[in-house]
Design a protein around this ligand. Structure first.
Ligand SMILES: Cc1cc2nc3c(=O)[nH]c(=O)nc-3n(C[C@H](O)[C@H](O)[C@H](O)COP(=O)(O)O)c2cc1C
Length: 214
């Protein structure tokens, strides 16, 4: 069997999704699925694929961790000088994609990106373990690095320089929040007849919900 064909017969049989099961409010719907994922104690429940696209129009994706969500949006932390950070400056939009195989569920959230208030970011940075704060401070995320050894040297140098001192958040380390303009909830189903519901902002306020072909 070729590597590609091994997955042809995979079926999605665990759950189903009807219009009556989903909430009119996509934030409540997200919360309901996310709560189940947390209860199931799966690995990395908060990991999602973040896609950005800079001025050149070339998309780029990577996994990041969700730090918080509420009606204001979905937030994460990163280095603003990274590829994603630069993309967001050039074009402040992003697409988030969660995949929870244990539930055969996918959630997509597309929206506008803005920076979290500095105070909030400072507070979160200060709450992180010291080693992570040092790691974040010395990483020139997404830049070419001559060797692993250099990175470890820079870590050690920073660590000894700051011994006994507090480590402030570096200015390039930012918090981002994505304000959703579109949601999609996907439930895997038998014979590839998956259930999909899309939420778009409606003109009257609130959200308009459509079932989509799988
Ligand atoms: C499970 C997991 C969690 C990650 N969480 C973050 C995160 O929260 N923030 C971050 O900047 N990078 C995170 N990364 C690293 C990113 O995937 C990526 O390598 C890095 O941010 C550089 O991306 P860029 O060059 O596209 O900007 C994570 C990677 C994995 C696999």
């Amino acid at each position: 069997m070729s590597k590609e064909n091994r997955f042809h017969s995979r079926q999605y049989l665990k759950l189903r999704l009807e219009r009556k099961d989903i909430d009119d409010d996509p934030f409540i719907q997200f919360d309901s699925w996310y709560t189940k994922v947390l209860e199931a104690e799966i690995d990395f429940p908060n990991a999602f694929v973040l896609s950005t696209v800079g001025a050149a129009g070339v998309p780029s994706s990577r996994v990041v961790l969700l730090k918080n969500y509420d009606e204001g949006g979905f937030s994460f932390y990163s280095n603003s000088l990274s590829r994603k950070g630069r993309d967001i400056i050039e074009n402040p939009v992003a697409s988030l994609c969660f995949w929870w195989p244990e539930f055969e569920r996918q959630v997509k959230v597309d929206g506008e990106v803005s920076l979290l208030p500095e105070q909030e970011v400072d507070k979160y940075f200060a709450s992180r373990p010291r080693q992570s704060r040092i790691g974040a401070s010395v990483s020139r995320q997404s830049e070419a690095l001559a060797s692993r050894q250099l990175l470890e040297q820079q870590y050690e140098q920073f660590r000894s320089e700051y011994k006994g001192k507090s480590i402030e958040r570096p200015d390039f380390w930012k918090g981002y929040i994505v304000r959703p303009l579109r949601f999609e909830f996907w439930q895997g189903r038998k014979n590839r007849l998956h259930d999909r519901f899309r939420y778009l902002p409606s003109v009257e306020g609130g959200w308009s919900i459509s079932r989509l072909y799988p």
